[in-house]
Design a protein. Structure first.
Length: 113
């Protein structure tokens, strides 16, 4: 998808749902199919299978967003004193007690793919 958007935009994952059905051995094969296309998004269905059965099904929705908007939101997260008190996930608190995290410097992140 990235090759079809301009330099001012970047493709990001919006929704990924994975149903892990069985143990996944080495050599798993993948099938993918485009499920739907919108003006600024595409949804894919992916199935992983081995010689015996389906081992994993997934649905992934990718969207293209303005690169400037993404950089601004990432910058706000990396500078928490300036970050707004909101979350896009419903019911999720901003505090992440019990989770360990590491933060990479913003300058080391590449937004180009």
């Amino acid at each position: 998808m990235q090759q079809h958007v301009g330099e001012a935009e970047v493709v990001v994952g919006r929704t990924i749902r994975i149903d892990h059905c069985e143990p996944i051995p080495p050599g798993v094969q993948l099938r993918r199919r485009l499920q739907s296309v919108g003006d600024r998004s595409a949804t894919f269905f992916v199935r992983a299978y081995d010689a015996h059965e389906t081992v994993c099904d997934a649905v992934a929705t990718l969207v293209n967003v303005a690169r400037v908007q993404l950089r601004s939101r990432l910058s706000a997260k990396l500078n928490p004193c300036k970050a707004p008190e909101r979350s896009r996930c419903s019911g999720e608190a901003r505090s992440h007690h019990g989770w360990q995290s590491r933060v990479a410097p913003f300058s080391s992140m590449s937004l180009k793919t």
